[in-house]
Design a protein around this ligand. Structure first.
Ligand code: ZN
Ligand code: ZN
Length: 166
């Protein structure tokens, strides 16, 4: 007699019988917190779940990502170069059109992630994290180069570094 737990593990092994079997198994466990088991047990012809959680299909010998295909269908033409597709709920396997945002560039995509991370961490989309003290704060209290930081935090960091050297 198999327990139902054992049975589902065997199902997972059958679906992900490849080198990434174990990591995918744990990834799938994590994903089942938010979604049903059946959603991540792929039926024949519905593609495979990649190591990073994205669903991919083989089309004429090429790997094609499902989220990009669906975005192209919505757009009505191939995605222009540099365009990226974002998953609103953070689940790379949820390719419902309402979960996808077409980003004109990588920097726009990064901005969406920065805004989502800020909201999750401090409840404010516009705040950013100081690279030195790691605290989120309003952008008008932060300096900005390629990263965000408090002027005072950077000054303290530089003093500490100078003191360690001498
Ligand atoms: Zn994204
Ligand atoms: Zn700081």
């Amino acid at each position: 007699m198999r327990t139902s737990n054992k049975h589902s593990f065997i199902q997972y092994k059958a679906v992900f019988a490849n080198a990434y079997c174990i990591s995918l198994f744990y990834l799938s466990i994590r994903q089942t917190y938010n979604s049903s088991m059946t959603k991540h047990t792929r039926k024949r012809g519905t593609g495979t779940v990649r190591k990073d959680g994205h669903i991919a299909h083989m089309r004429a010998g090429k790997i094609v990502f499902e989220h990009r295909e669906i975005a192209e269908r919505a757009l009505g033409k191939p995605l222009p170069p540099g365009v990226q597709v974002h998953h609103v709920d953070g689940d790379p396997a949820n390719n419902a059109p309402s979960n996808l945002v077409i980003c004109p560039s990588q920097s726009y995509h990064k901005l969406l992630h920065a805004r989502e991370s800020a909201y999750a961490a401090c409840g404010n989309y516009d705040w950013r994290r100081c690279q030195f003290c790691r605290q989120y704060d309003s952008q008008d209290r932060l300096m900005h180069t390629d990263v965000y930081f408090h002027r005072a935090c950077r000054a303290q960091y530089n003093r500490d570094r100078y003191n360690r050297k001498v």
